[in-house]
Ligand binder design. Structure first.
Ligand SMILES: *Cc1c(COP(=O)(O)O)cnc(C)c1O
Length: 385
């Protein structure tokens, strides 16, 4: 760790690369540096590594190798899913509507906005309740023959809530519409079975689960057509041009192996620590609310709002006290506006501007949380407007 005195509570933002992952990646920088598209031995070696990685990731998601597309990050996976499917569906069926929730990550939200503003699609929202859970009955009513794609986040990065993905998937299948889910947070913690959950497309990004930054994957069910966003060579069956980032892809697969091995043990530990943290924060600070669902949430994720508190100032004060936390959304300095997600779950501005996200991971201990609970009340007081 960079600084042993500092405590890292921001595992939803990113995680350190696991030792096994780094070790698996190293040979592919210098020794086995070949281009997977080359015919010769160097190329074959690299291609072998890519296909082995693809197979490991496919196995993890219970899908076929040919249904995995490597991308440059979780954001790119979301872009390829939404743009790729929306453009292909419009071309073949004339569908022109994008249906998302108001609690999507910006990688989905801003992509849908661009499809509206630049590409001429319509964008519509299905509402969420106060926990950020999508209303499946409303979803059923909003889908029609002109809906090109539905995209709903699996585990929320900001408020931790886990959506009823299986019901959403069934609803989309019943209405014959393509369903994408952003599982960039969820994949690290939940056992996902895309077939059982009726998921057509699913995004992951390696750096959220102890893999390297700058590599991701998109699962795309066979027979769903997409138009590539990055055009170029014939890599990834022509759906994503560009020479493969071999070491990072190998690293992502190794990180998948690591989490699938350790996930169930870690989950129980995280849930216990998370609930200890939530209880400590709620009972020690007045005018506090947990955001997101109290139990149906990511195992490592706790998020709060404090009334009348300057959330950005709180983060700075916590950092000075040695704790790296987040507000949950991209901080806006200057004239801060509450995040779209906190708006969507019905929080007023004086609550929503005082948000705090604390996310746990491999190196989190109970002692760290005890220390945090001890200093937090006074820090929140200092950040009160
Ligand atoms: C981090 C994150 C992304 C973006 O992934 P990158 O690999 O950083 O581009 C997308 N969606 C969610 C829910 C995330 O948490």
């Amino acid at each position: 760790m960079v600084n042993n005195k500092k405590i890292y509570f921001d595992y939803a933002a990113t995680t350190p690369v696991h030792d096994d992952v780094l070790r698996a990646m190293m040979p592919y920088f210098q020794q086995d540096f070949g281009n997977p598209s080359s015919i010769h031995a160097w190329g074959q070696e690299a291609e072998g590594a890519i296909e082995k990685s693809r197979s490991q990731i496919a196995h993890f998601l219970h899908v076929e190798e040919s249904e995995i597309i490597f991308t440059g990050c979780g954001t790119e996976s979301d872009n390829l899913a939404l743009k790729g499917v929306a453009l292909a569906r419009r071309k073949t069926t004339g569908a022109y509507k994008i249906l998302i929730s108001p609690v999507e990550h910006h990688a989905v939200f801003h992509t849908a906005q661009q499809l509206r503003d630049v590409f001429g699609f319509e964008m519509d929202f299905v509402s969420v309740n106060k926990y950020g859970l999508v209303d499946v009955d409303e979803l059923a009513k909003k889908i029609d023959s002109k809906t090109a794609i539905v995209s709903i986040i699996y585990g929320n990065n900001e408020i931790g809530t886990i959506n009823p993905i299986k019901q959403i998937g069934e609803c989309c299948r019943d209405h014959n519409v393509v369903f994408h889910t952003d599982a960039v947070q969820a994949a690290a913690h939940l056992a996902i079975d895309v077939v059982d959950e009726n998921i057509d497309l699913l995004s992951i990004g390696a750096h959220k689960f102890y893999g390297p930054k700058g590599v991701g994957a998109l699962y795309c069910r066979k027979n769903i057509s997409m138009i590539p966003v990055i055009t170029g060579g014939k890599q990834e069956r022509g759906l994503r041009g560009g020479t493969h980032n071999v070491p990072y892809i190998v690293g992502m697969a190794e990180a998948i192996n690591f989490i699938s091995r350790e996930r169930s043990n870690n989950s129980d530990r995280y849930i216990e620590l998370r609930d200890f943290l939530i209880e400590g924060v709620i009972s020690n600070i007045k005018k506090t609310r947990l955001t997101g669902h109290p139990t149906n949430r990511l195992p490592n994720h706790a998020s709060f709002v404090f009334q009348g508190v300057d959330g950005n100032l709180l983060l700075i004060l916590l950092d000075q006290a040695g704790f790296a936390c987040s507000s949950g959304s991209a901080c806006k300095t200057g004239n801060p506006e509450p995040s779209e997600v906190l708006n969507a779950i019905g929080l007023s501005k004086d609550w929503a501007l005082g948000s705090l996200r604390v996310t746990l991971g491999l190196f989190t201990t109970r002692e760290q949380i005890e220390q945090f609970i001890k200093i937090l009340p006074n820090t929140v007081l200092q950040a009160t407007k």
